[in-house]
Design a protein around this ligand. Structure first.
Ligand SMILES: Cc1ncc(COP(=O)(O)O)c(C=O)c1O
Length: 463
C-alpha cells in the first residue's frame, strides 16, 4: 500500500487516542501497554485491512456477523437512501414502511407459526425481550408463578442483567451478582466431554442431555418455569451441535410441562448453518426465535425476536400491552439494511453456497487432526470449533495457567500476526473458533487450515 504523507503521524496519534480514550469490550487493556491496538480500517469480501494496510482473512465474520462479507456498496447505499427518506421514527405506536416489510419477510422465512416480529437493537436485548415476554405472557394467561429460565452450562446469551442471568458462564457473571433470580443451568451437548455412561453413543447422550432438562423442570417445579433457552449449535465452549433427536425430545418435554422453547439464534440464523434459521436445519418448532448479528450482516445494528401466534394472542385483546420497548428498535436504516442484506442472500444463493461447501470446510479443518494439540473438530455449516488438548489419548485439557499462556500469551496474537482473524477462547475448555463469511469457498478454507497448522505447530513446540 502506498502511504500518503502524514500517514505515520496519523497512525501514531490514532494509537494514542485509542489507548487514552477508547474502552474496548471484553478487552484486557493492559495487554496493549507495550503494543499497538489493532485498528481495522477497511473490509472487502472475506478480508479486512488494518491501519498499516495489512490484510487478514476474516475467519470470524467480525463477531459471527458479516455473513455477506465486507464492502458491499449496495447495502451501504440502501442505508444512505433510507437515511435521506426517513432516518428515524420510533416503533412506539408508529410503524415505518421498512420495519413492516422486514417483519413480513422474516416471518415468511421463519419456521412454523412464528408470525410476529419484535425488533430490538442487539442480541442481548432480544434475549432480554424473550424472557420478559414469557413472564408477561404467563401473568396474562393466569400462570402467575412461571418466571424461571433454563439454559445450558457455558452457553452465552448476552450481557445485560437479564440476559446475563440466562448466560451459563460463571466467570462473567460473578462481578455482577446478584443477578435477577430464576436462571437454572442444565448440561450442554458437548459429546467430546460426555459423561462416561453415554460417552460411546451419541443418541443416548442426546436423550440423557434432553432428559436432564425435564429433570430440572420437575425439580424446580413446572409451575415456576417459563422457558428454556437453547442455541441450535451452542457457541461458547466451542460449537456443540445437537445430538440426533435432541431438539424433538426437548420440544416434547416443553409441551408436557407447559414451558416455552426459545431458540437463541443470534449466531445460528441467517445462513450460518446453511438455512435461514437453525431450527430449520434441525427440524424443530420453537415458540420464540431470538436473532441479531447476521440479520444485517453488520451494516447496521439490529436484533429481535420472532414470536408464534399463541404468544401474541393475549396481547391482541382489551387493554393488554407488552410493556417493553427500546428507542431504536425497528430503526428504518437498520431495516432497510436488513432487506438489502436478504436481497444479497437470495441473489447469490448464500444458503446454497454454505450447503454446497460445508463438507469441504469440515474436511479441510479435519486435516488438522494429525496435530497432537488438536483434540476435537466439531460444528456445522460455516461454524466450527477446534478443541485443543494437552494429551490426545486421555483428552487431558490445559491448566488455567497453561491456558492463559497458550491462548492469550501466544495463540491469539500469533494467529492475528499470521493474518487470520478467529477466536481463541477458554471460557470452557480451550478452543479455536471459526465462523467465516458465507461467501467463503475452498481457497479460504485452505488458507485458514494452513495458518492454523503453522501456528498450532509452533504452539505445541512451546509447551
Ligand atoms: C447466542 C447469543 N445470544 C445473545 C448474544 C448477545 O448479543 P449482543 O452482543 O448483540 O447483545 C450473543 C452474542 O454473541 C449470542 O451469541
Amino acid at each position: 500500500m502506498t502511504e500518503s504523507p502524514g500517514h505515520h503521524e496519523h497512525v501514531t496519534a490514532q494509537q494514542a487516542a485509542a489507548k487514552r480514550n477508547l474502552w474496548m469490550h471484553f478487552t484486557r487493556h493492559s495487554s496493549y501497554a507495550d503494543s499497538d491496538v489493532p485498528v481495522i480500517v477497511r473490509g472487502s469480501g472475506q478480508y479486512v485491512f488494518d491501519q498499516h494496510g495489512k490484510r487478514y482473512l476474516d475467519g470470524l465474520a467480525g463477531l459471527f456477523v458479516s455473513q455477506i462479507g465486507h464492502g458491499r456498496a449496495e447495502v451501504a447505499e440502501a442505508a444512505a437512501r433510507q437515511g435521506r427518506e426517513l432516518a428515524y421514527f420510533p416503533l412506539w405506536s408508529y410503524a415505518n414502511p421498512r420495519a413492516i416489510e422486514l417483519a413480513q419477510r422474516l416471518t415468511e422465512l421463519a419456521p412454523g407459526d412464528l408470525n410476529r416480529v419484535f425488533f430490538t437493537t442487539s442480541g442481548s436485548e432480544a434475549v432480554e425481550s424473550a424472557w420478559k415476554l414469557a413472564k408477561q405472557y404467563f401473568k396474562l394467561t393466569g400462570e402467575y408463578g412461571r418466571y424461571k429460565v433454563l439454559s445450558r452450562e457455558i452457553a452465552y446469551h448476552g450481557t445485560s442483567m437479564g440476559a446475563l442471568a440466562i448466560t451459563g458462564l460463571p466467570s462473567i457473571k460473578e462481578p455482577f451478582e446478584p443477578l435477577p433470580p430464576g436462571g437454572v443451568r442444565v448440561p450442554n451437548t458437548n459429546f467430546y466431554r460426555a459423561p462416561a455412561f453415554v460417552a460411546d453413543d451419541l443418541t443416548q447422550f442426546g436423550i440423557w442431555a434432553a432428559d436432564e432438562i425435564e429433570r430440572a423442570i420437575v425439580r424446580e417445579g413446572p409451575e415456576s418455569v417459563a422457558a428454556v433457552f437453547l442455541e441450535p449449535v451452542q457457541n461458547s465452549g466451542g460449537c456443540f451441535p445437537p445430538p440426533p433427536g435432541y431438539f424433538q425430545r426437548v420440544r416434547e418435554i416443553c409441551d408436557r410441562h407447559g414451558v416455552l422453547l426459545v431458540s437463541d439464534e443470534v449466531i445460528c440464523a441467517f445462513g450460518r448453518l446453511g438455512h435461514y434459521f437453525g431450527a430449520q436445519r434441525y427440524g424443530y418448532h420453537p415458540d420464540i426465535i431470538t436473532f441479531a448479528k447476521g440479520v444485517t450482516s453488520g451494516y447496521a445494528p439490529m436484533g429481535g425476536m420472532l414470536v408464534n401466534d399463541r404468544l401474541m394472542e393475549p396481547f391482541n385483546e382489551g387493554n393488554a400491552t407488552f410493556l417493553h420497548g427500546v428507542t431504536f428498535a425497528g430503526h428504518p436504516v437498520s431495516c432497510a439494511v436488513a432487506l438489502a442484506n436478504l436481497d444479497v442472500f437470495e441473489k447469490e444463493d448464500l444458503l446454497g453456497n454454505v450447503r454446497a461447501n460445508e463438507a469441504g470446510f469440515r474436511a479441510t479443518l479435519e486435516k488438522l487432526h494429525d496435530l497432537p494439540i488438536v483434540g476435537d473438530v466439531r460444528g456445522a455449516g460455516y461454524f466450527y470449533g477446534i478443541e485443543l488438548v494437552k494429551d490426545k489419548a486421555t483428552r487431558e485439557t490445559f491448566s488455567d495457567d497453561e491456558s492463559e499462556r497458550l491462548l492469550r500469551g501466544f495463540l491469539s496474537p500469533a494467529l492475528f500476526d499470521a493474518g487470520l482473524i478467529c477466536r481463541a477462547d477458554d471460557r470452557g475448555d480451550p478452543v479455536i473458533q471459526l465462523s467465516p463469511p458465507l461467501t467463503c469457498t475452498q481457497e479460504h478454507f485452505d488458507e485458514m487450515e494452513q495458518i492454523l497448522r503453522t501456528v498450532l505447530t509452533q504452539a505445541w513446540s512451546r509447551l
